[in-house]
Each structure stands twice: as C-alpha cells, then as structure tokens.
Ligand binder design. Sequence first.
Ligand SMILES: Cc1ncc(COP(=O)(O)O)c(C=O)c1O
Length: 475
Amino acid sequence: MNQKPLYQKIASHYQEAIESGALKPGQRLPSLREMTRAHGISLSTAVQACRALEETGWLEARARSGNFVRNTAHAGHHQTHELGLGTERTDQLDELLSIDAILAAARHSKVDVDLSAASCAPHLYPASELRKLAVAVMRGAPDILASSAHPLGNLAFRQAVAHRMLKRGVQVSPQSVIVNHGASEGLALALRAVARPGDAVLLESPTYYGIRQLLETFGVRSVELPTSAQCGLVVEAVEFALRETSRVVAVVNMPTLHNPTGSTMPNEARERLVSLCESHNIALIEDDVYADLHPNVLKLRPQKYWDRNGIVIYCSSFNKTLSPGFRLGWMLGGRWHATIEALSMVQSRPKEELQQRVVARFLESGSYDRHIQHVRENIWRQRQTVAALVKDAFPDGTYVHDTRAGLSMWVKLPASVSSRRLFRRALENRIRVLPGAIFSSSTYFDSYIRLGCGWPLDDERRRAISKVGQLCQDC
Ligand SMILES: Cc1ncc(COP(=O)(O)O)c(C=O)c1O
C-alpha cells in the first residue's frame, strides 16, 4: 500500500489548519520542539514537514523567530476556497431538496446584500442603552461573570416577563417562566416534552423552517395544514386532521405575525383552537416571537389566555425584538413545566445571568415599550418601500402579501418561476433571499420567496430588490 510518509502527514495537518482558517496569515506555527511533543515525532520529521510547507508556499521561516503562515499564499488560497464552497453548493441547488442543504448554501455563500433575514438592522436595536445597563449591572455585581447563574433563572427577569404577560391579559407566576436561549430552544424543549418518534404534530403550511427541521431531527411526523395568509391556521382543518390522523400529540402555530406569511389569527379563532386541543387532550405549542411587533399586540390575546388545563406551551424571545446578540428567550411549559425544566437543565444548564438582569431593567423602566414603538414605525415604513419596489421591479403576476407589520414579506411570484433557481441565481449575484420551498414539505410554495423588511432601504438594497425582480425572468 502506498502510505504517505510521516512528514507529509504532519505537513497536511498544518496545511488543512491554514486552509480552514484555524491558523491565520501571519500567525506563528508551533516551534519544532512543540511539534515533536504534540505529534510524538522526531525533530528531523518536524523539520521535513516545515520544509515541505515552506516549499509549497504555506509558510515562511523567519530567522530567529520561527515559522509563520504566509500572508499572500494563505489569503489568496483562503478566498478561492470560500468562493469555491459557495459555487460548488449553489451549482447543485436544482437537485437539493432538503432544507438543511438550502440553508447551508445560504450561510456559506458570501453576499453583499442579505434580503433573507427576519431581524432588524443593528441600529434599530438599542445597543447603547443595553450597553449602559450591562455596565451598571456589572458594577452592582462585580462577580457576575465569575459566579454561577441561578439554575431557574433570574427572578427579576422572570417577574418582568410575568408582568408583561399580565399586560396581555395572561396571569402567570414568575416561577412558571422557564428561561432559555430563544424560541428555537423553547420549541425544541416543548417538542421533546410532548412527542416521541413516530408521533404526529400538526403544523401550519407554510411554516417556519426551523420547526420542520426540529421535527425531522426528532423523528416526529409532521402534517401540514391549510393556513390563510390573512388569518393564520384554519381551525376547521385542525379539526379534520385530528379525526383523520393517528398519534397526533400537538399543534404548533404562530398566531401573531406568522413566519413567513405575516398572518395574524383573530382572537375568536385562537379561542376555538385552544378548546379543540383541550377536547383532544393534546398540546398547543404557541410560538409568539414576533407578537410585540404587532401594533395591536395588547388586544391580541396569546392562546395561553384561554388555557385552563395547562395544554398550551408558550414560547417567546427577545432575540427578534430587542437584542439578537443576547440570545435570551423564555417559555411557559403548562402541564409539562417540570419535564421541560429538567430537559432544559440537561440540555444547556443555567442560563446567562447578565442578559437576564439587563433585560429585566430595560423592561421595567418602560424603555422596551418606547423601543418597540420606534421599531414598529420603522418597519412599517420599510415594508411600504419593499412592497413598492417589488411591484415596480418584479414580473406581472407577482403578488405581495402585505400585512403592514412584521419582519418578513411573503411574495408570490408567477407560477412559472422556481424560487430554488431564483435563490441560486441571486446568490451568484451576491444577494440572499429565502426560497418558499423550505417553508413546506409540499411543492406548493416553490414559486414564493420571503424578503426581510427589518433593514432600511438604502441604494444597495433597492438595487438588490430590483435585481431579484429581473432575475425572475430567467428562473
Ligand atoms: C417563527 C419563529 N420562531 C422561532 C424562531 C427562533 O427564534 P430565536 O431566535 O428566539 O431562537 C424564529 C427565527 O427566525 C422564527 O421565525
């Protein structure tokens, strides 16, 4: 067998580290002596490995200083490597069916304009106020970063959350609030608590792709149900599915500012859905991450409001509305509270205290309400501009579901346009959009795209939207 000599294996090891970016240009490689210890090799093998790397242009030896990753070789190589990854993935996209593959292609490709994100531009989040609060919290508790957080979460934060729910008509105790890293974690915990492999969960169609990914990972069957782009999940469809489907353990929905359609369920439909789930004794997992962005949030009751028997698991977070960088969310586990609390400890231990204390102060001072009002106004304006640009630049037959609030806009393209192909062509033009295909397991939404509305429309963004419109012609 043609085995690689040992020195070449060692050289490949460092070459791969340079290619992956683990060793950066200008960074010093371990000394020869360190290499001998790390790999259990002789000094001469270490010398041979370094010489091979030098000859192939990966490193330069500097007298009396050691071996360093070469600036030019690495920079050039690294760039083509990254572009290569993007091109390679996008070239295959017509064949890619899985959500993971599409999202990975989106993540790995370098773009100039990201039209896909359902979050706000950084300047719309109150970074400087949060920074000041963080400093004040750290001054008051100098050991906060050196101490373990409370295993059940910071009480002031849980109180502030309970207080906020009270404003929406729901009476919950601070003790029933489970702190987590965001609605993604909340949804995962909820599904782990209620569903086993082979069980079925009823979903909206289209739905947030993250829920589909979770169900796939857990081996849980998903049944997608008709969902109105104005009024959300159709309760009659849930009724029908409950009669026709075996082993249904839960319904998951986003009653306010649904992702991707932006729909909002009327209170009366929410109440009927809660009763229906109650009569079938199944969980209703309520994903409410965008609710605060709705101008009528205080009139829209969370489904939790009608929950008499603890069947509603409520998930929310501050990652969309206040600080994507904090990764702070929370949930109400209903009758699964104890199971979820235990699963949460197993999964991610106590949650960071600093964020919780900062957000507690921000909520209680009234700053959150002012901030949210400001964000809503900006988003409202941005949505109008996005809708106008789409109407101008997209082909006839395009339809914009303009729900006037929320971070995403759901755009139906002419039926002949493949959103998968459009996604790929947009990436080739360094623009990211999200294809409708990832929001459903059916092909029904293949000619839809989701556009983010959280960013102001500067010239570059305007041009990007127009470009996507033009690209529709050959997709
Ligand atoms: C409907 C919905 N739920 C949950 C999440 C995840 O939220 P978080 O960032 O709080 O984990 C998202 C993120 O895009 C979402 O759109």
